[in-house]
Write a protein that binds this ligand. Sequence first.
Ligand code: NAD
Length: 323
Amino acid sequence: MEKILIIGANGQIGSELFDALAGRYGQANVIAADISPNSLFGAPSYECLDVLDAGHVAQVIEQYDITQVYQLAALLSVTGEQAPLKAWTLNMNGLLNILEIARERRQAGKPLKVFWPSSIAAFGPHTPAVDTPQLAVMDPTTIYGISKQAGERLCEYYFSKFGVDVRSIRYPGIISYKSPPGGGTTDYAIAMLVAARRGERYVCYLRADTILPMIYMPDAIRATIELMEAPSENIRVRSSYNIAGLSFSPAELVRAITSRVAGFEVDYAPDDRQAIADTWPHSLDDTHARADWGWHAATGLDALVADMLRNLSPAAGKLHRVA
Ligand code: NAD
């Protein structure tokens, strides 16, 4: 019987992952944890937990006899640039704490499977931008990207040196309507869809032609669970897998929206986030994920826009979690 702990469960991904895992493994077997005192979505089993407090994390894992940890707590690309040391400390030490606990538990005969997400931010200006290969030059320019690149090396190290069963995906920008995004460079896409739904004009902080890899939340959640459920011997990449969802620019998103929302208008006022976006890939080659664990994306741009507009609340001043 799997017992699952999600750390960072109140966030954009964690809250949806909770629903998916609870549906699959039973609510009683999924424990939500976050640094905030309460579950933002009423998780029945919730722990207020700082991932930087290794002793407390180990105690919770022991208490529930946890077999899988999803370590999602992090500062993202934009919030990370506002507090680089905090981002480095949280992103690196949070992962290290989990890997160390997994190493110790494995030695004690209590294996702990770990999921930790990397990001397209681990790439940089000298990475081939189109169909970025799994193995490519990586010279990230943000503290967030640097922490993701280093984290990938740690994951591979803990697998090859200590046999820790750690698995990872380089998530593209994730688009969702249930929970608000956490401060990334790709958040504009969600903000634009919210503005369209509310009948407002939108000011985009990226240039109209900035193509970035994105993925719809249901695809991202499915990828995560498929990777975690794949047989260990199939997982040949222990740093982090490229997965492709879809790639589009703000101008292409506007076109897809205006075919459904007549009169929607966007102004462009690129800010600091443009410099970050300019160092990231346009599209990803996900051959390894397809071959190793059968990954394929299901949602294209038109279907994504239609589903987002259908599900976003018209009154939403900001995104709110819906059941
Ligand atoms: P988010 O900011 O929405 O959620 C992060 C959660 O971590 C928050 O609920 C926060 O309260 C919690 N947290 C912060 N510090 C903590 C601590 N010390 N201990 C415990 N919890 C703490 O982020 P997200 O978008 O859900 O991202 C989750 C992971 O996925 C991150 O590692 C992120 O880098 C990665 N990722 C996300 C995207 C995306 O588009 N959302 C893309 C690429 C990678």
